[in-house]
Design a protein around this ligand. Structure first.
Ligand code: NAD
Length: 251
């Protein structure tokens, strides 16, 4: 196994991004962990969860809604490590609003972060990607196979993510670079526990009853799939989208 991989992760200070940062650091990867400094997630608390592996993570501020911030993040990563082997476009914003009340500003904010943010990360890292590099972006079942009222902007942004991945996969295949999308169902994270914009704790507990595996997912269960896709074990898998939802969408 190559323990020297350099991995960039957006939204790394909480939820799925933090679980993946923990996993990569424990494997000996060098992780450039983007944290969003307008959020309450504390990068120091996140770093503390890495314990003995904390030296493998470099925490940098990153707002994927800002082209300047993304460029700075990539430039700092490359000047520190000289190459990029993995990019995981994980950062995501979730807001709730009935369609009739959704302003243009709310629509564009969501598209900017959840869709354009993926494009910016992939575009700006392209020239620095190594032979065998792997890219992953996080979509959502709400973007493809599962209708979710009051989330038209989120569903639309997430629906575009597998399209980015398919196109990037074809465009960069000649450099032995792969790109795939991961599509989570209901995963217990700060995002889904937010009662205002998502299900909240009670809503998750109720929803768990309709999931064939009988529970919502853990962030580490999504991180495990991302880890596989970005490992050399997935060397012939590209342009695909993978659902991790405990069977919710096949019921
Ligand atoms: P989370 O809230 O813990 O993680 C989202 C992260 O994105 C946070 O760390 C947040 O600070 C960061 N972020 C928000 N806006 C940002 C910006 N402009 N720039 C950079 N970072 C920003 O929740 P999570 O569930 O771990 O979310 C990870 C990804 O998984 C998101 O893309 C989310 O939409 C997706 N997802 C989650 C679920 C679920 O049930 N939790 C389901 C489907 C998809």
């Amino acid at each position: 196994m190559n323990n020297e991989k350099v991995a960039l992760i957006s939204g790394a200070a909480s939820g799925i991004g933090l679980a993946l940062t923990q996993l990569y650091c424990a494997k000996g990867y060098k992780v450039v962990a983007g944290f969003y400094d307008k959020d309450p997630h504390d990068p120091e608390a996140a770093a503390a969860t890495l314990g003995e592996f904390s030296n493998n993570a470099t925490w940098l501020p990153l707002d994927v809604g800002s082209k300047e911030s993304v460029k700075e993040f990539i430039n700092e990563a490359v000047s520190s490590f000289g190459k990029i082997d993995i990019v995981v476009a994980n950062a995501g914003l979730l807001r709730s609003s009935p369609l009739a009340d959704m302003s243009d500003e709310q629509w564009y904010e969501m598209i900017d972060v959840d869709l354009t943010g993926v494009f910016r990360l992939f575009r700006d890292s392209t020239q620095h990607l190594s032979d065998g590099a792997s890219l992953v972006a996080i979509s959502s079942i709400a973007g493809g196979v599962y209708g979710w009222g009051d989330h038209v902007h989120y569903a639309s942004a997430k629906a575009g993510v597998p399209g980015i991945c398919r196109s990037v996969a074809v465009e960069l295949a000649h450099r032995n670079i792969r790109c795939n999308a991961v599509i989570p169902g209901l995963i217990e994270t700060p995002q889904s526990l937010d009662k205002k914009n998502s299900l909240g704790p009670e809503g998750l507990a109720k929803a768990a009853k309709s999931i064939p595996l009988g529970r919502v997912g853990k962030p580490s269960e999504v991180a495990n799939l991302i880890d596989f896709l970005t490992s050399d074990n997935a060397s012939y898998i590209t342009g695909q989208s993978f659902i991790v939802d405990g069977g919710l969408t096949v019921k």
